[in-house]
Every structure is written in C-alpha cells, then in structure tokens.
Design a binder for this molecule. Sequence first.
Ligand code: PGA
Length: 250
Amino acid sequence: MVARRPLIAGNWKMFGRLAGLGELAALWDLTRQAGAALDMLLCPPAAYVNAAAVAARGTQLLIGAQDCSAVSEDSARTGEISAAMLADVGAAYVIVGHSERRSLHGESDALVRKKAEAALAAGLTPIICVGETLTQRQAGRVEEVVAAQVRESVPAAGIVVAYEPVWAIGGDRTPSVEEIAAAHALIRDTLAASFGEAGRAARILYGGSVGPKNAAEIFTAAGVDGALVGRASLKAADFAAIVLAHPAVR
Ligand code: PGA
C-alpha cells in the first residue's frame, strides 16, 4: 500500500483582505521544511484566489477555493463561479459541502455531489465535507448520518473527504482521538464499498477546532491524513504550528 501524503488545508471562510495575502510568504518561510513531507493548501475567499495563487508562486503552497458552481458549462448563472474558472486562476482544490453551506445555503448531498463532479471535470480535487450535528451524535446516529453523506455526496474516487463534526466547528470542543479514528474508519470503509481500493486510498482530513495546541494529538488518530483548519489558518504562525506538529515533519 502506498502511504497517503498528508494534507493540511486552511479554510479562510469570509475573512481576509488582499493586504493579508502577505501571510502566505510568512507561512512559507515558516513551513518550507515541511514541503517535502506533506501538502499545504490555503482556500481564501473566491475574490482572492487569483491573487493568492500569484502570491504563492515559487512556493509549494497550494491554493484552493471554498465552493464552486454545480454547473460546468459557461452559462447564464449570475453570481456563480465555475470550477473551470477557479482552475483557470490557479486553484488546485475546492471545498464542497462545508457544513456552513449545507446549513446556511440549504445544500443537499445531491448538490454537493454535482459540485464535486464539476470540480473533477475541471481538474480540481474536491474536498468533500461530511459530519454529524450534536443532536445526531447524542442520538447515536453518527455512523448512519456520516455513511449516508459519504455515499450520497462522493461521486468518485480521486477526492479528499473532510470529517467535520458540525458541533466541533468554530468552538473549542473536538471529538476524542478514538471518536475521530472511528469516524475516519467508517468513512474509509464506506468509500471502499463504493469505489474499491481507489476509494480506500482517499485522503481523509479531520476538521473542527484544530489549532496549534491540539493538532499533534489529533494527528495521532488512526486514519487521519491531515486537517481542514478554519480560524487557525488565518495567521501564518498558527497554521505553521499545525503543519509542523504533523509527525511526517517532526
Ligand atoms: P474551525 O473551522 O477550525 O474554525 O473550527 C473548521 C472548518 O469549518 O472547516
């Protein structure tokens, strides 16, 4: 079995300004030594993807977007941005199905799957987010909910899945290492059931309140191939501390 290359991804959400892209150079200064061991990805708001890709030239930092249209063809879709456009301006990845889009914008598994298909068609790697709410966890429904999301949102192998329990995002609580490992094993088995060995080989990230203090422990969870980081990806020093906490680097 080929070892899966770790991926540490940052999701800036609707934060940041053009002037803040200077953080990319600062980040690369701090993480250069990690470039051989793992992939580093920053997903700024769509308005800044192009400038971020330019700012990241000459580094190994990858740039991605936070969402894309489910429609591939150039067409009359005011406000939408196609995966092909994101690829055109330098994105390599795109996050789809983040819980904020699922809950605040009513995105269904079927729509997330179409967005992932559009991403793949444009040569982008989709990072497909799944994860249970607190109510679902308390009702003992984690396996049922997460497996269904994976079955219905993931169209093919060649993708990345991010396990992001909704209740762990934006706060200070995370699941235990055992709970994270269990969810990742479930996701991997579900991907394997759908797509065989190619599905089993997918990278699976943990996301939800990852920061410099807990990253090293989270990376010890079996089956965790990296992290999807929100708040702590906005400052170069914090994101670098997470990258450097990965056992592939240390
Ligand atoms: P957080 O966000 O790290 O700020 O909890 C994670 C995410 O929403 O991807």
